[in-house]
Ligand binder design. Structure first.
Ligand SMILES: [Zn+2]
Length: 90
């Protein structure tokens, strides 16, 4: 029966990976994860504040949060989903 597609598993992993993007970044100075959102700076980017030292910083998602390794993992997962949707049959 077709009650469980392997495609669903891949999508679940991809969604979990994407959800990493919404996590708060660690402090770039002390690597603390005790970080809170602190409004937005003039260009609309999310500002953060480290609760350990009170230092404010703006995360750079291109360099800090999403590593090249993560990007290639997501590319691979999405590729797997496409391949599965083409090749998977009941
Ligand atoms: Zn800090």
């Amino acid at each position: 029966m077709c009650d469980r597609s392997p495609l669903t598993d891949n999508v679940g992993v991809a969604i979990q990976t994407f959800s990493v993007f919404s996590l708060l970044p660690a402090c770039p100075s002390c690597d603390s994860e005790a970080v809170v959102k602190n409004g937005f700076i003039h260009n609309g980017k999310q500002n953060h504040r480290c609760q350990d030292y009170g230092r404010q910083f703006v995360a750079n998602p291109e360099n800090k949060i999403i590593s090249d390794e993560t990007k290639s993992l997501i590319d691979k997962l999405l590729l797997d989903v496409r391949e599965d949707s083409d090749g998977w049959h009941c």
